[in-house]
Design a protein around this ligand. Structure first.
Ligand SMILES: C[S@@+](CC[C@H](N)C(=O)[O-])C[C@H]1O[C@@H](n2cnc3c(N)ncnc32)[C@H](O)[C@@H]1O
Length: 393
């Protein structure tokens, strides 16, 4: 079997997987994208070196070169997960050749499909993509709308150069790939009918609104330290964009908005024994397991990251960490049964903030407000302000 046949077969399997999935309710809107997904050779956009999670020393990332394991490289290219294509902005910082932070990737096929569906494009639309990455998503857009209608902007010049080469080779060389900070949009080709960001933002850059036509749509992964959501906005004739949450998302940050992340030990240090201890009746899973609760908590408790290791038989415990890197505050919740049958959980917390108390209070606020779904939150972006509010019923 030739390499091409292998790739075609894997691509067909990728499409079958997407067809078998309800895609968070977007399956019907994904249908018009199936010809593009079945045709665009995703593996031709994946660089020869990709990065995989180090099973022995998570969360470090190890390089996998195409020549070392061509079959695995190809399978990763069409797998269900994102393919990490750059770490540490191209300068791996871990010990040896390992990387620490994912800085560019080909997003997972299901989120690619959901975002394209939610973008709601129509023939003739002109699209700005922020975060070219491999160029794969830009190629899908070009397949459907025509390469001359697509502008894509990438902050990293080497990533942008690779994407240009891959797009040219795959026949989409007329896409305008710009090297620059996508937070500024790209005014020379504005206005756009659609703007799609493939890197997360906390503060939505106003140029995206200013460069979108009235009644045009902006789709972006929005995030805070606690959670992420897919936000769709419609721009009005006065230059204000309004909309809300249309799904979940988990993306790497737009570079200028990146927040510091790191291992738990960076915040906790050797202080664990000195922490205040008490008991709580709220199961750790309640504050991280439901998107609605996560969104409400993230809105009310700023700068709080979490790491959750559900119950594990080997250690006989599950652990939730809450972390604020800036104030070096942390909380740790432990549960010791595999299901939700623990009635009390041990809480350790330390630092200037009492993170568990804040998260617990925010969770109670969510319950008191009728457990609003993420779709109940409204996002408004005008030239001078932006806010997210809970819509009244
Ligand atoms: C998840 S990847 C994009 C995936 C891509 N759309 C694809 O199809 O492969 C996010 C990309 O956003 C880029 N990026 C981060 N900050 C940016 C910025 N301020 N402007 C433009 N691109 C940015 C990163 O370098 C990275 O390549």
């Amino acid at each position: 079997m030739t390499k091409y046949a292998d790739a075609a077969e894997l691509r067909a399997r990728m499409v079958d997987r997407l067809l078998a999935d309800d895609l968070a309710g977007w399956a019907a809107q994904v249908a018009p994208w199936l010809p593009a997904l079945a045709t665009v050779p995703r593996h031709e956009f994946i660089p020869d070196t990709v990065w995989i999670k180090n099973p022995r020393h998570w969360p470090t990332l190890l390089p996998l070169h195409r020549d070392d394991d061509p079959a695995r490289w190809l399978e990763l290219s069409y797998g269900a997960d994102a393919v990490i294509t750059q770490v540490d902005d191209g300068h791996p910082e871990g010990p040896g050749l390992a990387g620490a932070m994912q800085t560019s990737s080909a997003s997972a096929p299901d989120i690619v499909a959901v975002m394209l569906a939610a973008l709601d494009v129509h023939p003739g639309h002109r699209v700005l993509e922020v975060g070219t990455g491999t160029g794969y998503n830009a190629a899908l857009l070009a397949h459907r709308l025509g390469a001359e209608h697509i502008t894509s902007i990438e902050i990293d010049s080497s990533v942008a150069a690779q994407a240009r080469t891959a797009l040219f080779r795959a026949g989409y060389g007329d896409i305008c790939v710009v090297t620059g900070d996508g937070a500024l949009g790209y005014a020379p080709r504005a206005p756009y009918d659609r703007v799609i960001a493939t890197a997360a933002v906390h503060s939505i850059p106003y140029p995206w609104v200013a460069q979108t036509r009235p009644s045009g749509r902006i789709l972006l992964p929005w995030a805070n330290s606690y959670t992420g959501a897919l936000v769709a906005l419609t721009v009005d004739e006065h230059g204000t964009a309004r909309g809300g949450i249309v799904g979940e998302s988990s993306f790497m940050w737009l570079r200028p908005q990146r927040e510091r992340r790191g291992p738990v030990g960076d915040v906790v240090g050797d202080d664990e024994d000195r922490a205040a201890v008490h008991l709580t009746q709220l199961h750790p899973h309640s504050v991280v397991g439901d998107h609605g609760a996560r969104f409400a908590i993230g809105q009310r408790v700023p700068r709080c990251q979490w790491r959750y290791w559900p119950y594990d038989e080997q250690t006989g415990a599950g652990v939730l960490w809450l972390l604020d890197f800036r104030s070096r505050s942390w909380a740790k919740l432990t549960h010791i049964t595999p299901d939700a049958s623990d009635h009390e959980f041990r809480v350790h917390q330390d630092g200037p903030r009492r993170l568990w108390d804040e998260v617990h209070a925010a969770h109670q606020w969510w319950i008191d407000h009728g457990k609003p779904e993420p779709a109940r939150w409204c996002v408004t972006v005008s030239p001078h302000t932006q806010h997210i509010d809970l819509a009244s019923l």
